[in-house]
Design a protein around this ligand. Structure first.
Ligand SMILES: Cc1ncc(COP(=O)(O)O)c(C=O)c1O
Length: 399
């Protein structure tokens, strides 16, 4: 609480600025390794500058106090916490025994590629997109087909379904990796769009790997549809990846869940996990996951309100100070995609200006595929004060 003109004002928990330097934070302590400089404000990698919900921290304290950290297998209570969460937040009922746990979703993508595709098979992705979607298949010698998203006149990304079908129809295409909601565009795909995707994948016998890591962070009343919830046929050909890591800022604890309703697909996935010795997850990650899905709702609702205000703040600030930059309004998550093409600055020069003039570390859009060139991705999961500082630096760099 703070006192202001005799009024008592509740300080929003997300307004607290907490120093993360010196915690081996990838975002704050490794900018030198990643960007070559360390005196920059980091607004790049997708984690938040906020502590997790108190209930999660309390559960971790209690688990640490127990003092024994032997092998952990998330059990019935964790499964129930996920089932309740999906039902309550997304009206999605999932059956028992369909969950497999992995240390992360990038790990899950790698396992899925190994489990369900062969060398030289083709995998379809939709750039601009989270870069491991195309890096990981390439690392496994799979060919990547790019079904490019198109920015429409209302500043929203659309799917080119004709092109998608052409790529799915290729005899060598075995997998489609969907990002729902989509990173970096912030787009929440509609049920109609997902139904069309699902039908095309069924028609051409292509497995759907749906990365739904951002699905809890829904802004401005948008609703998330899990593609596997649309029909049994689609569910049978889909694996869905979810995690509390983005939602509750637990990425460092490395715990995520993969939902595979089709028994034979699940067996294949698990056998590749075992091949890598990935039969269990981190004890504290498992504890945090259960606590977050059980107790995190109120915290999350407050966070979403804070993010919505942050988006409006960004839009207003840039309209006033840098109107040539267009904000692609995120429908989910805390990453804003900025269209800076009107400035006509090459990507290497953008990088130089941001780092050396603005002292700001952002992801260049080209990281997410060639049609991301001329865009920037800014992580706004920080206090409003830090966000304002980031925007001041952005304007200084680009003006
Ligand atoms: C779409 C998407 N998938 C996966 C990840 C990373 O997941 P994990 O840390 O569980 O590997 C991110 C992180 O930004 C992401 O945006």
């Amino acid at each position: 609480m703070i006192l202001n003109n005799n009024e008592v004002i509740e300080l929003n928990r997300f307004d607290r600025v907490i120093n993360r330097k010196g915690t081996d934070s990838a975002k704050w302590d490794y900018t030198k390794n990643i960007f070559g400089v360390d005196d920059v404000l980091p607004m790049w990698v997708a984690d938040m500058d906020f502590p997790a919900p108190d209930e999660v921290i309390d559960a971790l304290h209690a688990r640490v106090d127990h003092g024994i950290f032997g092998y952990t297998m998330p059990g019935n209570e964790t499964e129930k916490s996920i089932q309740r969460w999906l039902k309550k937040r997304h009206d999605w009922e999932i059956a028992d025994n369909i969950i497999t746990y992995t240390p992360g979703i990038v790990t899950a993508l790698s396992i899925a590629i190994q489990a369900y595709t062969e060398s030289d098979d083709k995998i379809v992705v939709q750039p601009p997109v989270y870069y491991p979607f195309f890096d990981m298949p390439k690392k496994h010698n799979r060919e990547v087909l790019f079904n490019k998203l198109h920015l429409n006149k209302d500043n929203r990304y659309d799917i080119d379904f004709e092109d998608l079908e052409e790529k799915l129809a290729d005899q060598k295409t075995k997998m489609f990796i969907l990002c729902n909601p989509h990173n970096p565009s912030g787009r929440v795909w509609s049920k109609e769009e997902l139904t069309k995707i699902g039908q095309l994948c069924i028609k051409h016998d292509v497995l759907i790997v749906s990365d739904d890591i951002h699905s809890d962070l829904l802004l401005f009343g948008n609703r998330y549809t899990p593609i596997a919830s649309i029909s049994e046929v689609i569910a049978n050909q889909t694996i869905t990846c979810i995690a509390p890591s983005k939602t509750f800022n637990l990425a460092g604890l490395q715990a995520s869940a993969v939902l595979i309703g089709n028994d034979s697909l699940k067996r294949k996935f698990n056998s590749v996990l075992q091949l890598h010795g990935l039969t269990t997850i981190n004890t504290l990650g498992a504890e945090a996951m259960k606590a977050a899905y059980t107790h995190g709702e109120i915290w999350l609702d407050e966070l979403i309100c804070y993010f919505e205000e942050s988006v409006l703040f960004i839009e207003n600030y840039l309209k006033e100070h840098l109107p040539s930059v267009k904000v692609i309004r995120p429908e989910a998550s805390y990453l804003v995609w900025l269209d800076v093409r009107d400035l006509e600055i090459r990507d290497d020069e953008l990088k130089n200006l941001l780092l050396n003039k603005g002292k700001l570390a952002l992801h260049l859009g080209s990281t997410f595929g060639e049609n991301g060139s001329g865009f920037l991705r800014m992580n706004f999961a920080c206090s409003r004060e830090s966000l304002k500082e980031g925007l001041v630096r952005l304007v200084k760099a680009l003006n």
